[in-house]
Ligand binder design. Structure first.
Ligand code: UGA
Length: 438
């Protein structure tokens, strides 16, 4: 049954949800307070680089199932309204609910009775339960339906989710059935639960991924010291169906707009509840150490000592985004490493296929030609796992560096091919791979 769905907030989560619900045959009204964004979206201009998203927006606009507006009043006739509002971390790491607390009372004054109000973007445990109070209404059923969208895969994750979770109090209320029905075409397992469990499930999933990554990053350190290879260890672990192969690749640390924010929010929630979530605190601590480990590896590569000085050393960086497939620099471990290297005195040139510049006063010079980063470099450092870095002309890069060494923080490159090109390859959790002549 086609519903009239209201989406509040046309950010990454809201826009993906709006376009995908329209694709599934519903009539969608997407409201955002930013007029320029609404105007652009109305013309089909999508500034978020998400595969398939611009096409779905164009399709929805074309067949009239998707409209963008700044006028909240247009939500008056909606059957369900999804809140896709930002909850950025405040100074102390707790999610800031200011926008939600301002917008929800406004909705309370205009929605028609029976409209289901659903939290979609990540909100702290207890938020859905607060909605009736914020709405000032008891005739609007509420539900929690957290998103599990990965950047770079958002459309696919929305249309083909691993699972759908819908929280209502009590679980499985009529409103839950209505929300769950929207996802029926996906055929995914549906968890109908209470609102607090649905909200916590989102944080728990992201925090677990963070713990898994920190685990493998420490394991990589142990591999380096014991002569093992983390790729072999992780491959073996991943074949155990209980562990699974995903999120077992070490790197410069985990980042992005979600994992750091959500681990920090969950830690605060645990502290407030008097629960010692030490394992999570440790995962965060290990993550900071991982960045420091990369800096030490670069010092070692450039000077031959893990404590050597980088003052004046030219270092070429491949990758700045927090992961491949996105130009997002928010909480990027690559950028954090770059800033640490700059503080240590290195002169940095960087190339990232999706990043044109680093906002603010950054010490990183961004170039659009990957070969320019190699010029006179005392080391090259791979920080983001863009597959195209594998296909670079490595002999050509070798010809322009001052010192042929690559610190590959993602174990992205083929050490054998690098050695043939004349480079020493330093991976994470692996043994350094040197040219036969060295
Ligand atoms: C994450 C979750 O994966 C989504 O399920 C969730 O919906 C989303 O947050 C959110 O809360 O909205 P995303 O932030 O797009 O998605 O990033 P991930 O793909 O999870 O990557 C997180 C970090 O882990 C990146 O820095 C990535 O490079 C790193 N990573 C990932 C590794 O270092 N190794 C791996 O094997 C995998």
């Amino acid at each position: 049954m086609a519903e009239h769905i209201g989406i509040v907030g046309a950010g990454y989560v809201g826009l993906t949800s709006a376009a995908c619900f329209a694709r599934l045959g519903h009539r969608v009204t997407c409201v955002d307070s930013e007029k320029s964004k609404v105007d652009e979206l109305g013309r089909g201009v999508v500034s978020i680089a998400e595969p398939g998203l611009a096409e779905l927006v164009a399709q929805g606009l074309g067949d009239g199932t998707l409209t963008f507006t700044t006028a909240q009043a247009e939500l008056h006739g909606a059957d369900l309204v999804f809140l896709c509002l930002p909850t950025p971390p405040a100074e102390d790491g707790r999610p800031d609910l200011g926008v939600l607390e301002r917008v929800v009372p406004q909705l309370g004054r205009l929605l028609r009775p029976g409209c289901v109000v659903v939290t979609k973007s990540t909100v702290p445990v207890g938020t859905a339960a607060r909605l009736p109070g914020l709405l000032g209404r008891t005739d609007l059923p509420v539900a929690a339906n957290p998103e599990f969208l990965r950047e770079g895969h958002a459309v696919d994750d929305f249309l083909h989710p691993d699972r759908v979770v819908v929280g209502t109090d009590p679980p499985g209320a009529a409103a839950a059935e209505r929300v769950a029905r929207l996802y029926e075409p996906a055929g995914a397992p549906v968890v109908l639960t209470d609102t607090a469990s649905a909200e916590l499930a989102k944080y728990a999933s992201n925090a677990f991924l963070a713990v898994k990554l920190s685990y493998v990053n420490v394991l990589a350190e142990l591999c380096e010291r014991s002569g093992a290879d983390v790729r072999e260890v992780a491959r073996t672990m991943g074949l155990d169906a209980r562990i699974g192969p995903e999120f077992l690749a070490p790197g410069p640390g985990w980042g992005g707009s979600c994992l750091p924010k959500d681990t920090s929010a969950l830690l605060h929630a645990a502290d407030s509840a008097g629960v010692d979530f030490g394992i999570l605190r440790d995962a965060v601590r290990v993550n900071a150490r991982q960045r420091a480990r990369v800096v030490r590896a670069v010092r070692q590569a450039v000077t031959g000592s893990p404590a050597g000085s980088l003052a004046g050393a030219r270092v070429g960086l491949l990758g700045l985004a927090f992961k491949a497939g996105t130009g997002d620099l928010r909480d990027s471990p690559a950028l954090a490493v770059a800033e640490d290297l700059a503080r240590a005195g290195a002169e940095l040139t960087a190339h990232d296929p999706a990043v044109g510049r680093v906002p603010g006063a950054s010490a990183v010079q961004v170039v659009d030609d990957p070969y320019l980063v190699a010029k006179d470099a005392a080391a090259l450092v791979v920080l983001t796992e863009w597959p195209e870095f594998r296909d670079l002309d490595w002999p050509r890069l070798a010809a322009s560096v001052a010192r042929p060494v690559v610190v590959d923080t993602r174990n992205l490159l083929d050490p054998g091919a690098l050695a043939e090109a004349g480079f020493t390859h330093v991976g994470v959790g692996t043994r350094p791979h040197t040219t036969p002549s060295e």
